[in-house]
Design a protein around this ligand. Structure first.
Ligand SMILES: *Cc1c(COP(=O)(O)O)cnc(C)c1O
Length: 428
């Protein structure tokens, strides 16, 4: 019998916790706390701030020339967009299937998000669907690498070049993923990352922006640091940043505590990718056999980065049972939250720009219309998609148990159908 109906769960596993801090990370954080430099505005003792060290290490890891650490992924996106210097009223194409931040960040930059449909196999940006939304105001697109799938960057770049658009990569869910020999975040003009609690590189809150362009880097630093920029040799007991006097900014800096955590986590990331890949291989094969296909990848993916494991439960395999009830049933078997995907942005309950006074000015150019376009592929995909967080994938020795739990629900779907409505679990 299904666990959700009172049966014995398919597995009893203590799943790995997330986020986690190594002893080395603990030592680094303690050292910061004992010092008098908790942020870049603390007094320098001649050493670079940790947030700057992290930005450099992370840029080097990704293969980008320059990095700026930030307080959040959302700020990273807003800064990345602002760094492009687009004209007022510019429209930015945003894929429909994603977290709300790529769209809200466009509003934060006083520009206009335009929602476009996604590729059915990956749930990522679809150049063909985007082509339909081009106007003479379209100036950029945000390529969001989503869950575990990557955008087909060669196709996205081709499209962008043809349409004369700047490319922002949103890599909040894909730190370290590799396509055609390059890590994500190095394909577009500028890239944004998040180091929020659930991401594969996590500091509770945090983010980074990467770019190869030295001028853009200089603007990004000033936009982030109240208009200040770094000095190479701050005098003893002075700040590491001085007035830049070219760009007005705001404060979106990362703390030294966050940077200490991230400096300790970055060296572990590739090993964690390899461990999660083992789990994905085990689970993926089983789900394919069950007719519950995992999300696909474009050609050329050499390294996956799994933020959420996404697979589809087609309507014809449900006997009328809702996707939420299936999610709840799997959760009860497996002992961690399995949940449905967010609805497309144009139907997303958190997309309410008209509730913000400051966005009304943007709406004078029709900013709220752009998030209302219909996106049938994303809608259908969201209706079929089940997700779970990457943390359980860090235990590949138990990956088969996850597949067992899903299989148990698939083969007991009649039991669920006979039972009627079941409440959905809360996402992580
Ligand atoms: C998490 C996330 C963000 C925003 O990051 P925060 O650090 O939470 O502000 C942006 N884009 C995507 C795709 C995300 O998953």
């Amino acid at each position: 019998m299904l666990a959700i109906l009172g049966g014995v769960p398919a597995c009893h596993v203590d799943w790995p916790p997330w986020p986690r801090l190594s002893d080395e990370g603990q030592r680094r954080v303690n050292a910061v706390l004992r010092s008098d430099r908790w942020s870049v505005s603390g007094r320098s003792r001649g050493e670079k701030s940790l947030e700057r060290q992290f930005a450099e290490a992370f840029a080097a890891y990704c293969g980008s020339r320059h990095g700026v650490a930030t307080d959040h992924g959302s700020s990273s996106l807003a800064l990345a967009i602002e760094s492009l210097g687009l004209p007022a009223g510019a429209e930015i194409l945003v894929p429909a299937m994603t977290w709300v931040a790529p769209a809200t960040a466009v509003y934060e930059a006083n520009l206009v998000p335009v929602v476009v449909d996604v590729t059915a196999s990956t749930g990522c940006f679809d150049p063909a669907a985007a082509a339909v939304r081009l106007t003479d105001r379209t100036k950029a697109l945000i390529a969001v690498h989503h869950y575990r799938s990557l955008c087909d960057m060669p196709a996205v770049l081709d499209f962008a070049r043809g349409a004369g658009l700047a490319v922002i990569e949103d890599c909040a869910q894909a730190h370290g993923a590799m396509l055609n020999g390059r890590r994500v975040g190095t394909f577009g003009d500028v890239a944004a990352f998040s180091m929020q609690q659930g991401k594969v590189l996590a500091a509770g809150e945090g983010g980074a922006v990467l770019t190869d362009d030295a001028g853009r880097y200089d603007r990004l630093v000033q936009l982030r640091t109240d208009g200040r920029r770094y000095v190479e040799n701050p005098g003893f007991d002075s700040m590491e940043v001085v007035d830049g006097r070219s760009v007005m900014g705001t404060n979106r800096c990362m703390t030294e505590m966050q940077a200490a955590i991230l400096l300790s986590q970055l060296p572990l990331l590739d090993e964690q990718h390899a461990i999660r890949a083992k789990s994905c291989a085990i689970i993926g094969r089983r789900l394919e056999d069950l007719g519950l296909p995992p999300f696909g990848q474009p050609a050329g993916v050499e390294q996956e980065s799994v933020y959420k494991y996404a697979f589809r439960w087609p309507v014809e395999r449900r006997r009328g049972v809702g996707i939420e009830a299936i999610a709840a049933a799997i959760s009860a078997e497996v002992g961690f939250a399995v949940y449905r995907a967010d609805p497309p942005l144009n139907e997303h309950p958190l997309m309410r720009p008209w509730t913000r006074l400051r966005y009304r000015a943007i709406d004078s150019v029709g900013a709220f219309e752009g998030i209302q376009f219909d996106t049938p592929v994303a809608r259908e995909l969201a209706e079929q998609t089940l997700l779970f967080h990457h943390a359980p994938l860090l235990a590949p020795e138990h990956a088969a148990r996850i597949a067992d739990a899903i299989e148990k629900v698939a083969t007991s779907i009649d039991e669920l159908a006979a039972h009627g409505t079941i409440e959905a679990p809360d996402p992580d």
